[in-house]
Design a protein around this ligand. Structure first.
Ligand SMILES: Cc1cc2nc3c(=O)[nH]c(=O)nc-3n(C[C@H](O)[C@H](O)[C@H](O)COP(=O)(O)O)c2cc1C
Length: 167
């Protein structure tokens, strides 16, 4: 395992931010189940003196169920404009109903530093250990954002993961 240094954060976050609007893969595992879903929101930064990656997952997602039983996740950044169809499938179908690795013809691999699957062939993998998780409290939310993004009141859960490996 290569230690991820704070000085590398600029490069890591540049790559991440360039791809984020197009979608990336969030891979999760609990004891016996694996899943992959598309994410479009999140950020990389510094917290507690560590490089961290924050993802947000609505409680209705199967991914949320798996994360409830796990302390790690892996974010895979596809090469620009590749894997578009797979991102579409993983962002619309639930792992509750289908094995999305199979359905989207993604090659499933193993994380090298944490116990979770990876989408092979991605340009960058961010392997993360969850340091903090918190459900959004709508009391503190801007009213316009609330109205626009949460008509069903399915507020995101924030997961701050320390980037412990990146390649
Ligand atoms: C481009 C794109 C970005 C998305 N970003 C997120 C996100 O950041 N958080 C989230 O909870 N859902 C997001 N979704 C929706 C989930 O990917 C979608 O509901 C998925 O089917 C959930 O899969 P699961 O039930 O297997 O976890 C996104 C969907 C797309 C197409």
């Amino acid at each position: 395992m290569i230690e991820v240094k704070l000085k590398d954060l600029g490069e890591l976050s540049d790559r991440f931010n360039l791809q984020m609007p197009k979608g990336m893969f969030l891979c999760t595992r609990d004891k016996e189940r694996d899943n992959v879903m598309t994410i479009g929101w999140g950020f990389i930064g510094v917290m507690w003196g560590k490089p961290v990656l924050n993802v947000v997952v609505r409680p209705t997602r199967y991914t949320h169920e798996l994360l409830s039983n796990s302390d790690v996740f892996i974010v895979g950044v596809p090469k620009a404009d590749e894997m578009k169809e797979a991102l579409q499938i993983c962002g619309t179908v639930s792992g509750r109903d289908r094995d999305k690795f199979e359905l989207a013809r993604l090659k499933k691999g193993e994380g090298r530093s944490v116990n979770a699957p990876v989408v092979e062939g991605c340009e960058t993998q961010y392997e993360c250990k969850i340091l903090y998780r918190q459900a959004m409290d709508p009391t503190f939310l801007n009213k316009e954002i609330d109205k626009r993004h949460y008509p069903k009141k399915d507020y995101h859960v924030f997961y701050i993961g320390e980037i412990i490996d990146c390649y």
